[in-house]
Design a protein around this ligand. Structure first.
Ligand SMILES: *[C@@H]1O[C@H](CO)[C@@H](O)[C@H](O)[C@H]1NC(C)=O
Ligand SMILES: *[C@@H]1O[C@H](CO)[C@@H](O)[C@H](O)[C@H]1NC(C)=O
Ligand SMILES: *[C@@H]1O[C@H](CO)[C@@H](O)[C@H](O)[C@H]1NC(C)=O
Ligand SMILES: *[C@@H]1O[C@H](CO)[C@@H](O)[C@H](O)[C@H]1NC(C)=O
Ligand SMILES: *[C@@H]1O[C@H](CO)[C@@H](O)[C@H](O)[C@H]1NC(C)=O
Ligand SMILES: *[C@@H]1O[C@H](CO)[C@@H](O)[C@H](O)[C@H]1NC(C)=O
Ligand SMILES: *[C@@H]1O[C@H](CO)[C@@H](O)[C@H](O)[C@H]1NC(C)=O
Ligand SMILES: *[C@@H]1O[C@H](CO)[C@@H](O)[C@H](O)[C@H]1NC(C)=O
Length: 530
């Protein structure tokens, strides 16, 4: 049977390895690394990172749930899959997403090549709504589907169990969502591994933790009571050299915000203890079933988070390190235990990597690149890619509950002290450069000021000083060139973008007006920096 399958696969130009590995992908919601987001997870350290690789340069290319999750599923930048925000009319799980990008997510390729696939947890923020086909819509490629309706919840939610509504209430034992995901995954493994060990499987476990409403399991509701949110150097500071949304904050933060920041920090960590239990259960079960040595366990998050940095009380959606850096840990066959790796990895790299690990050539439309070779080899020190794009389209709502003074303005997330954390003009593109040849970010904001920010992360990891106006001409030129390439790239033109000036022959006359969101600030020093 296995031989037959291999021959069959070869005919379809799929590389066939004798035993293809299983993959268990655990995706958390809003888990940062900047605020030590994996700090509470000792089991994650014991069962995953100490047994494999921890990547210290893992980034998302957009710091918002639905756009980032759509990037994880497709291996594409937002400007290519077009799920620009968390609303249906921004293509979050929209009918056109379902007709287009969703038909070619990585899981559709795994399925076609013979993998058994399982999903449990939060999918895309608008999944399961009437406008998006309801709970009977099962995204293509998934054999076993348990998709949460809407955004993260811990209690009182509905799951599509293979297309049928499964309602949950507020009884811890029956309903706590992280535990429900854990139990469904356990049942799947017991059934799957009772059947045949030859058929590889892919599981995606997508937890509500540690997203709002930050509800811990009862047994963890008192842990970390003495901790407070880290007072990083930018905590509760006032910015004067940053774009509008950062300049309109209240500093010092109000009492409600301060209280919120510390309570939220503790509750986020508490919710992660249930994820930690799930990690332990998955790894020990795989071991008990004798398949751990042929299974990759991949742990990541959809975006980071901030709590009080630059006096922003709580959210993501900014291009600073706290929102774009996320955890990535991988264990599995051939991955040397206990490694800390500095290789640059992106959310858009997960899809091509899953395919590569499964012996499937990643399709050319994917903007990300497989990091399988980084997993299986020692560090090479020779990065083929140093530059990537960060893009966000600001969200807004004309109603601001609790802050009527802002009703009618295109703002969002004005909570808890009427400090707004997003707005239509918090729309930007950035190039982030990582590695020994430069550790920088350079951003243009699509607001009335066409505001430009740049940070030298080697000397200023907390991004306290905007250096946009003092970048040397050659550095500026190479950043612009990368930004111009990345802002409109697709598939292979997104690959291997490096910080070598003129590394790729550019048209003689670059016309920046053709580049969406690009801000023609050249010669307009008033808009640069301070
Ligand atoms: C992160 O949290 C863990 C657990 O509390 C602690 O041991 C570690 O020192 C923290 N790391 C940092 C950088 O704060
Ligand atoms: C949603 O996706 C469709 C199909 O790709 C595209 O035509 C449309 O412009 C997208 N909407 C937004 C708001 O980007
Ligand atoms: C959580 O708190 C309980 C009760 O104090 C304690 O027994 C347990 O070890 C704590 N767990 C963690 C992971 O800190
Ligand atoms: C905020 O807290 C400070 C210190 O505890 C207190 O002096 C002040 O009155 C509080 N302000 C409000 C508006 O509650
Ligand atoms: C994994 O371990 C099991 C049990 O020890 C063994 O039978 C099997 O050959 C191993 N598989 C691989 C790929 O090493
Ligand atoms: C998402 O984008 C669409 C299309 O531009 C827009 O109509 C909608 O208001 C946006 N949603 C939010 C929350 O900003
Ligand atoms: C951004 O949008 C807000 C809300 O409309 C507005 O008050 C502010 O002036 C704008 N700022 C810039 C720099 O465009
Ligand atoms: C740049 O592109 C815009 C829009 O396509 C066009 O109107 C303009 O003439 C072009 N400028 C140059 C210098 O080619």
């Amino acid at each position: 049977m296995r031989l037959f399958l291999c021959v069959f696969l070869v005919l379809f130009e799929v590389v066939c390895s004798v035993t293809r590995p299983n993959i268990v992908f655990i995706l958390t919601d809003d888990q940062d690394v900047f605020l030590n987001g994996t700090g509470p997870m000792s089991k994650l350290r014991q069962y995953v990172s100490s047994q494999g690789a921890t990547f210290s340069n893992m980034f998302v290319t957009t710091p918002l749930c639905c756009p980032s999750r759509s990037s994880i599923l497709t291996g594409q930048y937002v400007h290519n899959h077009k799920a620009i925000n968390n609303s249906v009319d921004g293509n979050c799980s929209s009918p056109s997403w379902q007709k287009g990008p969703e038909t070619q997510t990585f899981v559709t390729y795994l399925k076609k090549s013979g993998y058994t696939t399982f999903f449990a947890g939060k999918y895309l923020n608008q999944y399961g709504m009437d406008e998006t086909g309801g709970l009977s819509h099962i995204p293509p490629g998934w054999d076993h589907w348990n998709g949460l309706k809407g955004n993260s919840q811990y209690y009182n939610y509905v799951v599509s169990a293979n297309g049928k509504a499964e309602k949950h209430g507020s009884d811890y034992k029956a309903d706590y969502f992280t535990d429900v995901i854990n139990r469904k995954a356990t049942d799947f493994l017991n059934r799957q591994l009772g059947k045949s060990k030859d058929e590889p499987f892919f599981m995606m476990l997508s937890t509500p933790s540690c997203h709002a409403p930050f509800t811990p399991a009862p047994q963890y509701s008192q842990n970390f009571s003495k901790m407070s949110a880290p007072r990083t150097p930018s905590f509760n500071t006032k910015s004067t050299d940053k774009h509008w949304i950062l300049r309109q904050v209240k500093t010092p933060m109000g009492n409600a915000s301060m209280q919120w920041v510390d309570d939220t920090f503790r509750n986020r960590w508490r919710t992660l203890l249930s994820v930690d239990d799930m990690v332990e259960n998955m790894v020990t079960l795989l071991e008990k079933k004798n398949v751990l040595n042929n299974t990759y366990v991949v742990y990541a998050s959809d975006n980071g988070f901030h709590l009080g940095q630059f006096s922003l009380p709580n959210d993501k959606r900014q291009f600073y390190e706290f929102d774009i850096r996320v955890p990535l840990m991988v264990r599995g066959p051939g991955v040397k235990p206990g490694q800390r790796r500095e290789d640059l990895v992106l959310n858009i790299d997960l899809a091509p990597t899953f395919l590569d690990l499964a012996g499937i050539r990643p399709p050319d439309f994917m903007d990300g690149q497989s990091f399988k070779s980084a997993l299986l080899s020692p560090p090479s020190g020779d990065a083929s890619r140093t530059d990537f794009l960060v893009e966000h389209t600001g969200e807004y709502d004309l109603k601001q509950p609790g802050c009527p003074q802002y009703d009618g303005q295109p703002l969002n997330n004005c909570f808890p002290d009427c400090v707004c954390e997003d707005s239509r003009n918090n729309t930007y593109i950035c190039v982030r450069r990582v590695g020994s040849t430069g550790n920088l970010i350079y951003c243009g904001v699509s607001d009335d000021e066409q505001y430009v920010e740049a940070y030298d992360l080697s000397s200023d990891p907390n991004q306290l000083k905007n250096v946009a106006s003092t970048l040397s001409a050659s550095v500026l030129e190479s950043l612009e060139e990368s930004l111009a390439t990345l802002a409109t790239c697709s598939g292979t033109t997104c690959h291997n973008v490096k910080n070598i000036p003129h590394y790729r022959k550019m048209p003689q006359q670059r016309n920046f007006t053709d580049i969406p969101l690009y801000h023609r600030y050249r010669g307009n020093s008033a808009s640069i920096g301070v």
